[in-house]
Design a protein around this ligand. Sequence first.
Ligand code: SF4
Length: 430
Amino acid sequence: MDKKIGVYVHIPFCKSRCAYCNFYSLPSSSVAGGGKLMSAYKAAVIKHIAEYSAQLDGYLIDTIYFGGGTPSHFGASRLVDILDALKKSGHVLLDSEITAEINPASITKDEMIRLRRAGFNRLSIGVQCADNTTLHNLGRTHTYEESVKTIKDARAAGFKNLSVDVVYGLPSQTAETWAQTIQKIASLKAEHISCYSLKIEEGTELYAFKDSPFIPDDDTAANMYLYAVDMLSRFGYKQYEISNFARRGFESKHNMKYWLGEDYIGFGPGAHSCIDQSRYSFTEDVNAYIEQVGLGRRIVEHDEDMSDFENAGEYLMLRLRTTHGISEKEYYDIYRLKMDLVLNLLRKYEENGWAVFKDGRWRFTPKGFMISNVLIGELLEAQTKQRTQISKPWQAQQADEDTQLTLFDKRPVAAGLFSGRRLVGHNKLL
Ligand code: SF4
C-alpha cells in the first residue's frame, strides 16, 4: 500500500528582514535583480522536484506546505508553477492540505483567487500582534488593519481554512496589549492560531536589546502564555501543541507529520527531509542551490540514519509537544523499550501540575508546556540512564546520583525558554 508523505517547499525571499528573525531568507534589499533570482530559483525547485519524482514512487502526497521566507513575496504565479510541478509528479492526492505562508499587504485579493483556483486551500498569515507601533519597531511591513483586510480578502477568495500567527514577549508588550491582541485575533475567526514565544537569537537586530527592560521578563511572558491558552479555549480554540490552537478538525495536518515522526520531503536551501528513518538537509545557500541543482549535482549537506534508540528519543521529544502525548504501550510496541524511569519522572511532574495521565497517555499541562525544554531534557536523560542500567549497571549508579542533584530543585522557568518558534513552515527541527 502507498505510504503518505508531506512536502515542504522553502521560499527563501522576503521584502525586508524583521528585527527578530534568524531564518534563512534573503531580503530584497540584499539581492540585485531580485525578480530574476526568484525566477531562477523557481526553475531550480521545479527541476529538483522532477528529479525526485521517481523516489516518490510508492508514496502519496497528502500535505504540501510553502514556507519561508515570505512565499507571498515570491508571487502567486511562481507558487502556482511549483505546485503544478508537484501535481505533475502524479503523487498528489486530490484532498491534500495545501498551505502557503503569506504576509499581510504582500498579496492582493486577485493573487489569492489565483492560489485558491490552483488548489491551495490553507493560508498561514503572519499577523504577529495588533499594535502598530510594535509591528513597526519589529520591522514588519504591514499594519494590523492591513492584516484584517488580508483575512477578509482571503475569505472572499474562497479560503475556508486560515491560520494566524501571533507572538508574545515582544518589546514593550504588556499584559494589557497582549490581551488585546489575543481578543482581537480570536474575533477574526480564523480556524487556527499559532502563538509563539519571542526568542531573541544572536545575529538578529533585536539581539543588541536582549537585556533591555523593554523586553518582558520570564514571569510576564509565562503569564502571557497561560492567558492565551485560557482565553483561546474560551473562544473555541483547542490547544493541540505547545504553540498551536485550532477549531475542531482544523489542526495543521502538515505540521502534525513533524510531531508524529511521519515522512516528509523538503525542497529548497536548508530544507529538511525525513524518509523511512533517514534524515537529510540541503545546503543553506540559495545561489549554490540553484547552481548545483542546475548541474545535477548532489546538494545534501547533512544526512544521518537514525538508530532505533534515537528514534525513541524523538518519539518522547516530539510527541510531548502535542496534547496527544505518549503512551507506555505505544512506546514498547514501536521500540521494544521500557520507560520505567521516564514514568517515574512523569509521576513527579504530575504532582507538580506539569503533566497529566489520561486514557492511558501522558501529556504536559500548559504549565508543563511552558518549561517543556527542561522537562524533555530530563526525560531524555532518564531514557539514556535506563539503557545504561541494562547494559552497564555500574555507570547507572553514578548517573543516578548526578541526576538526583539536578532534578526538582529547578525553579520553573518561563515560557521564553521553550523553543516555541515554528517547527515549520521554516522547517526547523527543535
Ligand atoms: S520573520 Fe518572516 S517575514 Fe520577517 S524576515 Fe523572517 S522570514 Fe521574512
